[in-house]
Design a protein around this ligand. Structure first.
Ligand code: HMG
Length: 385
């Protein structure tokens, strides 16, 4: 039985900042951000948006009454959790109006956990082929004002339906996972911004990619030429380039050139929103499917990475008609308002952090389908907008 991704959708905030303006404000050459890091625009997060509202906004695009009936499980993968106990998936299930006879859970392992969610979903569908699983990757990447990581912030969610006879990508059985206990990036419970050993994180990412790819090739005997594209977790677009070039070296044959074109197509959306943490690999997949040379029957290789650290290399075969089930990125990226650096800084400092106070946010002018209206009696107040 084929099992995999049946439908995909993306949501981000309705605000962005031009990173050339950030470069000017930080007294940095703009080429460092747009070429050295490879990012052009960055999603800016108003206090009325968090992982629950973003997850629900992405998932809502996928749902029809019939699909909603078939969903047995909602998995929200995130490293920007809003509660140490209650799963974000419960809030999302409520906002989406799903029935009560549904399983809901939140998963965590840095940027990797959506891939765990996808694999767990495959297991659920294998045991119960009539069921569908809603897997949502939602995050807000925050490093802090005026830090080296600032240019690699971002926000958004990718939602996927996992089912039998999937219409986008049938996931193949062989995959390779690798876990090592290292401190390249982490977020202690008392911190609202990440701690990161930036340069180290980029080198362990590449080492991890090499290791899982090598082992995958040892297990399957499959040459790189069997793939039409390799897709990457993209914390910033240059990271994908570094990883791809690390395995291609100075190769300039047809396979290497095909991979380079595919990488550029997969990077297009990330360039405009930044790091989605758990969602980045899946946004790269959507971006490739909408901007690249993808064709039914192609085999794609996907590298998922989460700091801490865990990586997985897995593969999938594109299904006939896949393009109809990858919801357009263009509307989410186009219908946004540009904000100044001063406005970004103001909004950054307003985000609901670790406060126990009651707070009300103005939701006026917020175009998102779901909003966080504030906090009352230690409870977040969500509503449809
Ligand atoms: P930095 O201090 O800005 O680094 O930190 P840099 O000074 O080396 O500059 C970066 C690049 O810009 C270099 O290119 C420079 O040469 C170039 P590279 O050598 O890397 O190819 N450059 C210029 N290019 C053109 N014109 C210029 C110019 N000036 C310099 N004028 C760093 C960069 C990425 C480390 C920082 O932004 C950071 O710490 N980011 C956060 C960490 C991160 O994203 N790590 C990625 C791997 S870990 C991961 O993916 C997991 C993660 O998503 C989290 C999770 O799993 O939960 C982060």
């Amino acid at each position: 039985m084929k099992i995999g991704i049946d439908k995909l959708a993306f949501a981000t905030t309705d605000k962005y900042m031009d990173l050339r303006e950030l470069a000017a404000a930080r007294n940095v050459d703009p080429d460092k951000y747009t070429i050295g890091i490879g990012q052009d625009l960055q999603a800016v997060v108003p206090p009325t948006q968090d992982i629950v509202t973003l997850a629900a906004a992405a998932a809502q695009k996928l749902l029809t009454p019939a699909i909603a009936q078939r969903i047995s499980t909602v998995i929200v993968a995130t490293e920007s959790g809003i509660d140490n106990s209650k799963a974000a998936a419960i809030y999302v299930k409520h906002l989406l109006g799903l029935g009560d006879f549904v399983r809901t859970v939140e998963l965590k392992e840095a940027c990797y956990s959506a891939t765990a969610g996808l694999q767990f979903a495959r297991g659920i569908v294998a045991l119960n082929p009539q069921e569908e699983v809603l897997v949502i990757a939602a995050d807000i990447a925050r490093y802090g004002l005026n830090t080296p990581g600032e240019v690699t912030q971002g926000a958004g969610a990718v939602a996927m339906i996992v089912s039998q006879n999937p219409r986008v990508l049938a996931i193949e059985d062989t995959s390779v996972s690798l876990t090592k206990d290292i401190m390249d990036f982490w977020r202690p419970l008392y911190a609202t911004e990440a701690f990161v050993d930036g340069k180290y994180s980029t080198s362990v990412y590449i080492d991890c990619f090499r290791e899982v790819l090598t082992r995958y090739q040892q297990l399957t005997g499959r040459p790189l030429a069997d793939f039409s594209a390799l897709l990457f977790h993209l914390p910033f677009t240059k990271m994908g380039k570094k990883a791809l070039e690390a395995v291609l070296g100075d190769r300039a044959d047809a396979t290497a050139e095909r991979f380079r074109r595919a990488l550029a197509a997969s990077q297009a959306a990330c360039r405009q929103v930044g790091n989605l943490y758990t969602g980045s690999l899946y946004l790269a997949l959507m971006s490739y499917l909408q901007n690249g040379e993808a064709q039914a029957g192609d085999r794609l290789g996907l590298f998922s990475y989460g700091s801490g650290a865990e990586g997985e290399f897995f593969t999938g075969i594109l299904q006939p008609g896949f393009a109809d089930y990858v919801l357009p990125l263009s509307s989410a990226l186009r219908d946004r308002q540009q904000v100044s650096v001063a406005e970004y800084e103001r909004l950054f400092n307003q985000q609901l952090g670790m406060t126990a106070e009651d707070i009300n946010f103005s939701t006026e002018g917020d175009s998102a389908p779901f909003v966080l209206a504030g906090q009352k009696d230690h409870q977040r107040q969500y509503r449809a907008n």
